[in-house]
Design a protein around this ligand. Structure first.
Ligand SMILES: O=P(O)(O)OC[C@H]1O[C@H](OP(=O)(O)OP(=O)(O)O)[C@H](O)[C@@H]1O
Ligand SMILES: O=c1[nH]c(=O)c2nc[nH]c2[nH]1
Ligand SMILES: [Mg+2]
Length: 159
């Protein structure tokens, strides 16, 4: 599937991401998890922040790749886990079409699956998420961006 389907950008700063992860943690404060399974790579940073907030030290990974930048290819599962997820928290940064979530759910059917952001097509596959984002929106994460110089408006208008 190609990048044509994305018509808007939803830009997330480090600060915004951190606040969003903490807000999601507030909703899980009463729960007791055996550990976290992070879906690489996007789930790694939310997983680390959640681990800190909920005092979880045991962290495993499912290593999977679906996209090459905005272009979705076949799922490449490089590493799974040996259990069914019972009592574990499964974490990804977002769910979009739901293709990744569907595959990981099969591997860990009993895990509690959370993402920070969810688009409508993938939303039914997760147990909990913080913010809904439109399907045609590309979520631009802080680890894919950098701070750059911006030309003053008057100079931009001269060109
Ligand atoms: O719901 P879907 O359409 O499957 O898309 C969601 C998945 O796509 C991204 O991962 P990606 O495969 O780009 O790898 P990355 O986490 O290493 O960036 C994102 O981190 C989710 O895991
Ligand atoms: O950085 C990302 N932003 C997105 O919106 C997205 N959808 C799938 N994979 C994604 N990666
Ligand atoms: Mg991912």
């Amino acid at each position: 599937m190609s990048s044509d389907r994305y018509h808007q950008h939803f830009t997330v700063s480090w600060d915004q991401l951190h606040r969003d992860v903490r807000a999601l943690c507030h909703q899980m404060i009463e729960r007791d998890f055996k550990g976290i399974v992070a879906i690489t790579r996007g789930g790694l940073i939310p997983a680390a922040l959640i681990a800190r907030e909920l005092d979880i030290r045991l962290i495993d990974t499912v290593c999977i790749k679906s996209y090459d930048h905005m272009d979705q290819g076949g799922l490449d599962i490089m590493k799974g886990v040996e259990h069914d997820g019972d009592g574990w928290l499964l974490v990804d940064d977002l769910v979009d079409t739901g293709k990744t979530a569907r595959a990981v759910r099969k591997m860990l059917p009993k895990a509690h699956f959370v993402t920070i952001y969810a688009k409508p097509d993938g939303r039914p596959l997760v147990d909990q998420y913080l913010t809904e984002v439109a399907q045609q929106c590309w979520i631009q994460f802080p680890w894919d961006m950098g701070v750059a110089y911006v030309e003053p408006l008057v100079d931009q208008l001269k060109r």
